[in-house]
Design a protein around this ligand. Sequence first.
Ligand SMILES: NC(=O)c1ccc[n+]([C@@H]2O[C@H](COP(=O)([O-])OP(=O)(O)OC[C@H]3O[C@@H](n4cnc5c(N)ncnc54)[C@H](O)[C@@H]3O)[C@@H](O)[C@H]2O)c1
Length: 358
Amino acid sequence: MEPLKVGYVGCGFMAQKVHIPNLTMMPEVELVALAEVRSALGRKVQARFRIPRLYRDHLELAADPEIEAVCVSAAFDVQGEIARDLLLAGKHVFMEKPMAVSVAQAERILAAARAGGARLMVGYMKRYDAGNELVKEQIDQFRASGELGPITLVRNHGFCGDWTAGLDAPMDRSDEPMPQSTPQPPAWLPPEQFKPYLGFLQQYTHNINLMRWFTGAGDDVRVRHVDLDADGYTGITILEMGGVRCVLESGSLSYYRWDEHTQVYFRHGWIKTWAPPLLLRNAPAEVEIYRGGEAHSFTRPLPKARWSWSYRRELEHFVRQLRSGEPFRSSGEDTLTDVRLFEEIYRMHLAQRGLLLA
Ligand SMILES: NC(=O)c1ccc[n+]([C@@H]2O[C@H](COP(=O)([O-])OP(=O)(O)OC[C@H]3O[C@@H](n4cnc5c(N)ncnc54)[C@H](O)[C@@H]3O)[C@@H](O)[C@H]2O)c1
């Protein structure tokens, strides 16, 4: 089969350190074009990765008829608008999270996909981590067999540390100014709360999205309780996902790696997964299963893809599902739920502190 002709928009940190190197190593992809508004930076990255064409911005790239699909990574509140224009132009899009900063924006992006007849996948790489895939398989098996009884609690502890894990991939830089954005926050959000809202949303959208996948809850999710510090980041959020209580512990500390684990408790045991520092190449999450009862045991199953990187696997999934027509595991439609939840969490947080606009 001919490789998929792919374009890339925005050649900043994630593009240069993660996605472009991965794309250039995938035989199923031909990276034919790059778009970057900071043109000197674009030229450097184009030359380093030998990308045939460079465009001034995403709209120019969208007009290239050879391009079938586009990958996008830009500022939190910019990339959704880029994705929207590309989808309207009929290009399939893989975009970094967060898809949108408000439900209204998310709905406009999804409407663009329908209008353009194009498909959108959001980069929730944790769903493609080979260790987490094993966890999901085990949860579904335990639920079907009833071996460990019902799920009683899901807990995600997500304290941020150094996520870069010393990744030494080269990076071109530029003094050119970053493009201006016109953010589209939720109408009810006080302007001075946009930054903390975005900080919490962009980080913990990963963790909530992972718990939603583990529980198979889809859109059957609501926020039960929010207890965040004045920083709008550190604390505890309790959600209900498909009838299961799910706890998110959020915060950060000076830690040389990444302090994140997710534990799914059944009445008679648990499954636990430890996230690797995100940019640690080729290290899947580590998994532990405890079976309680008379003859109890710990097991530490290992995924078949022993040395694999979630970021590479998500792009492989994108190409595979485009080819087969099968749905994405982290589609734009599914992500709408995450965007809704973050509006709900922050509304509760600000209401408790008397900071909501009247
Ligand atoms: N999945 C993860 O683990 C993970 C980790 C880090 C960051 N991210 C996400 O990646 C995204 C990108 O982050 P980053 O640090 O790489 O960004 P960045 O700011 O380093 O780079 C973005 C680039 O996009 C360019 N750009 C902006 N508008 C453009 C347009 N219309 N056309 C062409 N180029 C344009 C900018 O000039 C800039 O060079 C963020 O939204 C973030 O949430 C995800």
